[in-house]
Ligand binder design. Structure first.
Ligand code: ACO
Ligand SMILES: O=CC(=O)O
Ligand code: MG
Length: 531
């Protein structure tokens, strides 16, 4: 059928989001930009094939003039984005929206990516919650009778929305029978529903841009911003976007990404979990020297992670942009000892980031807001940021970014078991509509689950030997899947196990881990299973 169609169900109030203005904007964005999105996704596949054939990542020769030109800077910080010392992230369900805005954080990353399952009800319902939050009318009563509303006695966090990455489709909105881009849909729905309201409140429509792999992908976002602002009569440059440098190829194009978005840029963020996933993904067939050890051994102080974050701060501050730190995945626990260790780890992480020059950082939980604030305030004091601290002392080479071989640590059976168990538990939650969960006192989301399933794939296909001498084989992985599923069933009970999405989660994880051909994103086969 030609034209734009909404094929998802139209529940109560959906007409407030799926307005003619929003749908016209999606249709225009799709017609003008979707062919380029598909071409850029194809370029990703070509680069992966080249890497598998022995090529390597490097800084680009063709963009050297951009890097050498010291005259350009990004736009000055927009209202509400000057001081970002603590940013909380989380999905846009009603309760979490209120809790995040009330948390005392400076910024709330309202997540439609790693922490969200793009169930139709989450896609549209999340926009309604954002709109109600901006109007100040959002309220919620839990099944237990606890009432939630926005606090009035303190400033609320500035809202920054993270649309889906370029790889994800939205099947419930089609143009000429083609699925649209999940990212463009999230962007257009937010801009059309809440953009002007944010401007009227003295802020603006702000975004985090996820999982990009090149400056050409950043240019596509910039073109979407220019088109949409013009279409809605919003002055050019009102939109601001912070780009997550969270793919291995993007680390070689940080400066070019800032340049492409410079009139809309609000800086860069070091998205460590997807970054680790992307390193595994890009070097997955290169043999033993490129195998990363157990996930928990790959800390932020190993050489290749350190190189990437140091380069990010230097790049941002040279161009007048914010550098925002990443997510320490530890969340509070009821066990006092575990809790104390979690807080100590988050404190160390944020203290290191603040000392390195970051302007602020992420937390996954309201309980961690204060510890992050303290670590940054110890360095910033009353200053809103430390953008003026240029890190001229930092020199990072392409070899430093590619130095995977110096990562210390082992691949162990416990690491294999943990990857299998976490991957299956996460997929079961995701398929049930929840995109972030706490497992073993760690926040798990799409990025961390991608690491888990990719490590199993890489260890199997590289025939890795575990620290106890066992080789990772198909039989071993299948046995571990059996045993870990049995352990989950025993823990949660047979009834809950049968009633959840465990069979599909197990089947999807098995396909992802054992397939001969590596599947690019776990969310792609999982999304096909969603209504
Ligand atoms: C790699 C990346 O991309 S990181 C960014 C993406 N990931 C995320 O954003 C994950 C964000 N964090 C979360 O979703 C949650 O913290 C979870 C799922 C990990 C744990 O949540 P819970 O199991 O509810 O934790 P817990 O029971 O300790 O929560 C206590 C309270 O804090 C609230 N809370 C916890 N995390 C958040 C959050 N991120 N935002 C808002 N509220 C939160 C809970 O809703 C709960 O509220 P209540 O007491 O009113 O019921
Ligand atoms: O989005 C953040 C990440 O670490 O991945
Ligand atoms: Mg990410």
């Amino acid at each position: 059928m030609s034209g734009i169609q909404v094929t998802g169900p139209l529940h109560d109030r959906y007409d407030e989001v799926l307005t003619p203005t929003a749908l016209d904007l999606i249709e225009r964005l799709h017609r003008e930009l979707n062919p380029r999105r598909l071409e850029l996704l194809q370029r990703r596949a070509e680069r992966t094939a080249a890497l598998a054939a022995g090529a390597d990542l490097d800084f680009l020769a063709e963009t050297e003039p951009v890097r050498d030109d010291g005259s350009w800077q990004v736009a000055p910080p927009a209202p509400g984005l000057e001081d970002r010392r603590v940013e909380i992230t989380g999905p846009t369900d009603r309760k979490m929206t209120i809790n995040a805005l009330n948390s005392g954080a400076k910024v709330w990353l309202a997540d439609q990516e790693d922490a969200n399952t793009p169930l139709w009800e989450n896609v549209v319902g999340g926009q309604l919650n954002l709109s109600d939050a901006i109007d100040g009318t959002i309220e919620f009563t839990s099944p237990e009778g606890k009432h939630y509303a926005l606090r009035t006695e303190q400033p609320l966090a500035t809202i920054v929305v993270r649309p889906r990455g370029w790889h994800l489709p939205e099947k419930h909105i089609t143009v000429d029978d083609e699925p649209t881009s999940g990212g463009l849909v999230d962007f257009a729905l937010y801009l059309a529903t809440s953009g002007q309201k944010q401007i009227d409140r003295g802020q603006g429509p702000y975004f985090y841009l996820a999982k990009m792999e090149s400056h050409l992908e950043a240019r596509l976002w910039n073109d979407a911003f220019v088109l949409a602002q013009e279409a809605l009569g919003i002055p050019r440059g009102t939109i601001r976007a912070t780009v997550l440098i969270e793919t291995f190829p993007a680390a070689f194009e940080m400066e070019e990404i800032l340049y492409e978005l410079r009139e809309h840029s609000a800086g860069l963020n070091a998205g460590r979990w997807d970054y680790m996933f992307s390193v595994i993904k890009n070097y997955r067939t290169r043999g033993a020297d490129y195998v990363l050890p157990d996930r928990n051994s790959v800390t932020m102080t190993v050489p290749f992670m350190r190189a990437y974050t140091e380069l990010l701060v230097r790049t941002c501050h040279q161009r007048g942009a914010h550098a925002i730190g990443g997510m320490a995945a530890f969340i509070p626990s009821r066990d006092p000892e575990v809790n104390e260790a979690a807080f100590a780890k988050v404190r160390d992480d944020k203290t290191r980031e603040a000392g390195d020059g970051f302007d602020g950082s992420w937390v996954a939980h309201p309980g961690m807001v204060e510890v992050c604030r303290e670590a940054f305030t110890a360095v910033l004091g009353d200053r809103p940021n430390q953008i003026d601290r240029t890190r001229d002392d930092v020199q990072v080479s392409a070899e430093d970014l590619r130095d995977i071989a110096s990562t210390p640590g082992e691949v162990t059976e416990a690491g294999l078991r943990s990857n299998v168990s976490v991957g299956i538990q996460y997929l079961a939650a995701w398929l049930g509509g929840t995109g972030a969960v706490g497992i073993n006192n760690l926040m798990e989301d799409a990025a961390t689950a991608e690491i888990s399933r990719s490590q199993v794939w890489q260890w199997l296909h590289t025939k890795v030997e575990l620290s106890d001498g066992q080789q990772v084989t198909r039989e071993l992985v299948e046995r571990v899947i059996d045993e870990e599923c049995a352990a989950i069933e025993q823990k949660i009970g047979t009834h809950a196990f049968a009633g959840g999405h465990w069979a599909e989660a197990r089947a999807t994880f098995t396909e992802l881990a054992l397939a001969d051909h590596y599947i690019d994103f776990l969310t792609l086969p999982a999304y096909e299973q969603m209504p």
